[in-house]
Design a protein around this ligand. Structure first.
Ligand code: FAD
Ligand code: MG
Length: 364
């Protein structure tokens, strides 16, 4: 998914494409915003974009309005704080310490880590375990997105599957601790914490007086306010079967999060030609293979949109659509590998298809 823009931002340009030493270059092209319509303003809109490599991607914030350097700094500092608490790759983070103490002892964590882990467990229960923040052992085993990515042995998958029971994640609200009850268990908030970081950045920006702008954290888009003419921002949805940066349709939204999960983000091709992507099926222990290539969710909260996009992807078209339709406040768009589109009723009103090689199916 990518945002689309026709306004005259001072630094947006192709800065997204700048190589970043921390992460693979393909991560950097993941999303951008189409902020169309601002050119229609009587005055040239004043806007600024700032980017930082954080939480495993390039985090970009564009703000419209008077000088906002303080707002940028505070928002990025907040994201850095979240990364330092919730990254699985930082041994001193809350999650790093919880994982290191698996099977040994409860670990005191920040209140927000506790709350996000509880939220993640809520999604795990809601989805019957399709969304599973205890998926860490499988993520490590497959190593997707790392130099060690490879198809594991069946026995290793079976062993990892034995260590992903989210019911064994014990959260103690009084003591503010998290305890993984079995050795070898590991939390991974990769499917929800990026969304949370975007929500927190938005909160800080609003606090700093920013009324309009776009947060783009590697495909997690959150739009603040509306365009200068009062209409919604236009967010391009990544074409799941084309190069990054190609979109096949546009979602129009104001004050909303738009988040996609897909098979094209992090993957490797196995020797037998299979595409092994990073969204793992806690039933099989392998990358989800259910005919979907992408799910995009809009919601008021980026945390919710992030968690739901992964949840619906793992649940698959039928169960995912049922859950999306009955959940208030979210809309979803499902894309199958044969380029069929399925959308919730509300999504049909805000999504406009531009690539006619995709086609809507009337329903399930
Ligand atoms: P989503 O669909 O939202 O999530 C997929 C990710 O969730 C997978 O990559 C995996 O981590 C996890 N997952 C897989 N299957 C399931 C499942 N069934 N249920 C629940 N979760 C599942 N990337 C780096 O390369 N280097 C870093 O240092 C780094 N640090 C990060 C720090 C933080 C705090 C966060 C939030 C992310 C970081 N990342 C990093 C990126 C991260 O590893 C994921 O790739 C990214 O969050 C995936 O987001 P997505 O929107 O593409 O996919
Ligand atoms: Mg997600």
């Amino acid at each position: 998914m990518r945002p689309i823009s026709s306004d005259k931002t001072k630094s947006a340009g192709n800065a997204k494409n700048r190589p970043c030493s921390l992460f693979p270059a393909r991560r950097l092209l993941r999303a951008s915003l189409l902020c169309a319509g601002l050119a229609a303003c009587s005055q040239r809109p004043q806007s600024l974009t700032r980017m930082e490599p954080l939480i495993g991607t390039v985090c970009s914030i564009t703000l419209h309005g008077p000088a906002q350097e303080d707002a940028f700094r505070k928002a990025f500092d907040r994201v850095r704080e979240i990364e330092n608490r919730m990254s699985v790759n930082i041994p001193e983070s809350d999650i790093g310490r919880v994982n290191a103490a698996a099977g040994k002892s409860p670990v005191p964590v920040a209140e927000e880590t506790l709350a996000l882990v509880e939220k993640g467990l809520g999604f795990a229960r809601l989805s019957g375990g399709a969304f599973n923040i205890a998926v860490g052992p499988l993520v490590t085993l497959w190593g997707i997105g790392t130099d060690l990515a490879a198809v594991p042995q069946d026995a290793d998958i079976a062993a990892a599957l034995g260590r992903i029971d989210f019911a064994k994640v014990a959260v103690n609200e009084t003591e503010k601790t998290i305890f993984l009850q079995e050795p070898g268990m590991a939390l991974d908030l990769g499917a929800i914490a990026k969304g949370y970081a975007a929500d927190e950045a938005a909160r800080i920006l609003r606090q700093q007086g920013a009324a309009r702008g776009v947060i783009d954290f590697g495909g997690n888009i959150l739009v603040l306010g509306s365009r200068s003419d009062g209409t919604g921002w236009r967010v391009g949805v990544q074409n799941p079967v084309q190069d990054r940066g190609q979109y096949f349709g546009v979602i129009t939204a104001s004050n909303a999060a738009v988040v996609s999960s897909g098979v094209y983000e992090r993957f490797f091709i196995a020797p037998d030609g299979r595409r092994c992507h990073h969204i793992l099926d806690p039933q099989t222990g392998a990358p989800v293979r259910n005919g979907l290539v992408q799910v995009t969710v809009t919601a008021g909260s980026s945390t919710e949109a992030d968690a739901f996009s992964t949840t619906l992807f793992v649940l698959g078209l039928q169960a995912g659509m049922e859950l999306a339709e009955k959940t208030e406040g979210i809309e979803a768009l499902f894309v199958t590998e044969d380029k069929r589109l399925y959308a919730t009723r509300g999504m049909k009103e805000i999504f406009s298809l531009s690539d006619r090689s995709f086609a809507f199916e009337p329903g399930l």
